[in-house]
Write a protein that binds this ligand. Structure first.
Ligand code: ADP
Length: 175
């Protein structure tokens, strides 16, 4: 039985992440989607909120479970008996980072391999950062995330008021 983990921050989970999880679940016997609790980047949602949103978004896939973790990814994979780390590759710029990450994980754990799935064309533009920036500015994200995530984003930005922009890494949408 091949067990894979799909680790990410999921701040929040997007349709691009869901697509990767569905496709990975069709390849491996079991997929554990691993929500990283303590990334070094600024987050909009708490670890509990990200876990709950990710669980709800993936509940239709029978061989997928969702857990949070706060240790090294390869240590978490070992704890779970996983042999594979799944990642998604969007544009060329993802490659360098994913390559570095895969080689580092390989050094730490030669028995665990990384499998990258190419992003589907319709999601290749999509990232959690884009979703947060569009939602913060009041734009429609209905085609980018699940309905419960649309609602969570609305609630979050209403609750944060003026401070909302402090929580979002602004990217280049207005350039
Ligand atoms: P992290 O900060 O952990 O890289 P992300 O949640 O942004 O967090 O990304 C996790 C993984 O999911 C990465 O491998 C990334 O390339 C992939 N991913 C993110 N968005 C998409 C998408 N739209 N299509 C395919 N893969 C994606």
């Amino acid at each position: 039985m091949t067990i894979a983990i799909y680790p990410a921050t999921f701040d929040p989970i997007t349709n691009g992440h869901i697509d990767i999880a569905e496709r990975a679940a069709a390849i491996f016997d079991r997929l554990i989607v691993a929500v990283y609790a303590r990334p070094l980047k600024r987050l909009l949602f708490s670890a509990e909120e990200r876990l709950a949103m990710t669980r709800q978004a993936l509940k239709h896939i029978p061989n997928v479970s969702v857990e949070s973790y706060d240790c090294l990814t390869v240590d978490f994979a070992r704890q779970k008996g996983a042999q594979v780390v799944v990642r998604g590759l969007r544009v060329l710029s993802d490659f360098e980072w994913e390559f570095q990450l895969a080689l580092t994980n390989r050094k730490l754990a030669p028995d665990i391999d990384t499998v990258c799935l190419m992003a589907s064309q319709e999601y290749s533009f999509l990232s959690s950062s884009v979703v947060k920036e569009v939602a913060m500015a009041g734009g429609c994200v209905d085609n980018m995330v699940s309905t419960h995530v649309v609602s969570a984003l609305k609630r979050k930005f209403e609750g944060l008021g003026e401070k909302g922009s402090d929580k979002v890494q602004i990217i280049s949408l207005r350039d």
